[in-house]
Design a protein around this ligand. Structure first.
Ligand code: FES
Length: 97
């Protein structure tokens, strides 16, 4: 939980998608701009396209989506959460703000 403006600022610099180096503030911007699902966030930021197959970042992104009234996606490997390409990732070109 955020307790001060400085804490909120620092939290924005937290890297959510480690594989692609996508920070929380970038994902928050994508959600504010209209992203409501994992594929929306993926298209706008490139998050979830890294070598881990989105196993590390899907959970935190889902939590951010739910907090914003969006729809969480399946965790990778659970109920068809996606099949990473050979060498990792789901494809797609990372886009940054
Ligand atoms: S941490 Fe996001 S794809 Fe690996």
């Amino acid at each position: 939980m955020t307790s001060s403006p400085d804490a909120a600022l620092l939290q924005g610099f937290q890297v959510v998608c480690i594989c692609r180096g996508i920070r929380r503030k970038t994902i928050e911007q994508a959600i504010r701009a209209g992203a409501r699902t994992i594929p929306d966030v993926r298209r706008r930021t490139g998050a979830t396209t890294g070598a881990c197959g989105a196993t590390r970042c899907t959970g935190p992104i889902n939590a951010m989506l739910v907090a914003a009234g969006g729809t969480p996606g399946p965790l990778p490997g659970a109920n068809g959460g996606g099949t990473p390409r050979p060498g990792g990732g789901f494809g797609g070109k990372p886009r940054r703000y």
